[in-house]
Design a protein around this ligand. Structure first.
Ligand SMILES: Cc1cc2nc3c(=O)[nH]c(=O)nc-3n(C[C@H](O)[C@H](O)[C@H](O)COP(=O)(O)OP(=O)(O)OC[C@H]3O[C@@H](n4cnc5c(N)ncnc54)[C@H](O)[C@@H]3O)c2cc1C
Length: 413
């Protein structure tokens, strides 16, 4: 049986980082990836552009977005923080840039370029990579892993790092193997749940506007008539409902609210102006077009694709002359712009979830090293650890930071 210093299972961002940095320290490292290539999920990130990290240099403030568990990420962030991530990619020929809301993307390239940098990194560090090699079993005795098995071979190492990701987008290779092994070796699991998911709506018309970008909108989540939370930013309609960053970030609250009753979303397409001011704008617009048909009066207020929908929902005859639109009709129109009501029927499952919340419990991991508290020669990294954050590059940064720390710690052990 071939023996290594470190074996890493899972070639996503966390596993590639762990393997590369361990090998850079001079360790012999084997990286086993189930798919034909590493980083299948990485290629899908940021709509193919990869939101690599978030422009927040202060580890404390960065960690706060992870909620109650965030503090546990601090050592990893101090070991390899946002500036380190930016340097890592820029020094390897991939300049990054900060975009709206502090999201950091490759300045020109795509997620594919991020993956290429990682491929080159592990290769130059001397990692032995075996793709198309799903690990089937881990064998353990006396609180130590003694070997792992793929379908055809067995390998052993002094230290093992599991970075097999969560359960979302299972077609990328994430089917929960790591969770099963963690559980079998005595680790507590915080129930994995789909997180950052799009939402299903009763309104069938969203299919006509699918992938149409709603920029700078405000959406309030209303439960039994009371506003629970709200967001400003970007969203888009999908074939079955609505998605995009602000919806994903509210999806946990939407899921909770749905368990308790009726949930609606109120979409404000013109959040920069009050309802009173926008009503005046509507009056002006209708006055300017007073002898025109209603259907020809909305071009200055709405993107072309949305005009037929607004005409339908307003129930104002498209041929009606603008000067004869009643106050009541204008009020209906105003509410479509300022508080378009959307009825939530459900939230997506793992197939559509950007990440998995829950995972290996932090109480069973020494977060100063990422080492298991149950198995002496085992480390965890990446999404399978019970840490999750909103969209914005935070989740990948957690992978870079925990992957780095696990890789370095495994060599120092
Ligand atoms: C559509 C989409 C867009 C996203 N966009 C962003 C974004 O822009 N910014 C951001 O910060 N985050 C984003 N995320 C989240 C981010 O992609 C994940 O948090 C990140 O990929 C997790 O990395 P990981 O290395 O922990 O796991 P993964 O990337 O899931 O990698 C785990 C790897 O382990 C392998 N594996 C599993 N089981 C085995 C086994 N038994 N043997 C061998 N190998 C195995 C899998 O094949 C996989 O390659 C996005 C996610 C999705 C789905």
């Amino acid at each position: 049986m071939k023996k290594y210093d470190v074996i890493v299972i899972g070639g996503g961002p966390a596993g590639m980082f762990a393997a590369g940095f361990a090998a850079q320290q001079g360790a012999s490292v084997l990286l086993l990836e189930k798919n034909r290539h590493c980083g299948a999920k990485l290629l899908m990130t940021g709509k193919g552009r990869c939101n690599v990290t978030h422009d927040e240099d202060d580890p404390r403030r960065f960690s706060e977005v992870f909620g109650r568990n965030g503090k546990a990420l601090l050592t990893a962030l101090y070991a390899f923080g946002v500036a380190d991530t930016v340097n890592f990619f820029e020094q390897r020929g991939l300049p990054l840039k900060v975009e709206r809301g502090g999201r950091i993307f490759p300045a020109k390239g795509s997620a594919g370029d991020v993956q290429k940098v990682l491929d080159r990194f592990i290769q130059e560090a001397g990692v032995e990579l075996r793709t198309s090699s799903p690990v089937k079993q881990i064998l353990f005795a006396d609180q130590k892993i003694v070997a792992i098995e793929t379908a055809s071979e067995a390998f052993s190492a002094d230290q093992y790092i599991i970075a097999t990701g969560g359960l979302s987008y299972p077609e990328t290779g994430c089917n929960g193997d790591g969770y099963r092994w963690a559980k079998r070796t005595g680790h507590a699991l915080v129930a994995p749940e789909p997180a950052l998911v799009p939402v299903q709506l009763a309104e069938a018309w969203t299919a006509d506007l699918s992938d149409f970008n709603l920029k700078n909108v405000h959406i309030a989540l209303q439960h039994n008539g009371r506003v629970v939370t709200d967001r400003f930013g970007e969203a888009f309609f999908t074939a079955a409902g609505i998605g995009g960053p602000i919806i994903l970030d509210m999806s946990a609250a939407i899921r909770d609210a749905l368990k308790r009753g009726k949930v609606t979303l109120l979409l404000d397409l013109k959040p920069a102006v009050s309802a009173e001011l926008f009503d005046k704008r509507l009056q002006r617009e209708l006055a300017v077009h007073s002898n025109r048909d209603f259907r020809n009066s909305l071009a200055g207020l709405l993107p072309k694709d949305m005009i037929p929908l607004f005409i339908r929902l307003s129930q104002i005859s498209p041929e009606k002359k603008c000067h004869s639109i009643t106050k009541q009709e204008r009020s209906t129109l105003l509410s479509l712009f300022k508080s378009l009501e959307l009825t939530v029927t459900g939230v997506g499952g793992f197939r559509k979830a950007i990440i998995t919340s829950g995972g290996v419990s932090l109480k069973d991991i020494d977060m100063r090293t990422m080492r298991s508290k149950k198995i002496n020669n085992l480390y965890f990294a990446g999404e399978m650890v019970d840490l999750d954050a909103p969209t914005g590059g935070y989740n990948l940064q957690a992978c870079w930071s925990t992957g780095y720390l696990a890789g370095i710690s495994a060599v120092e052990a």
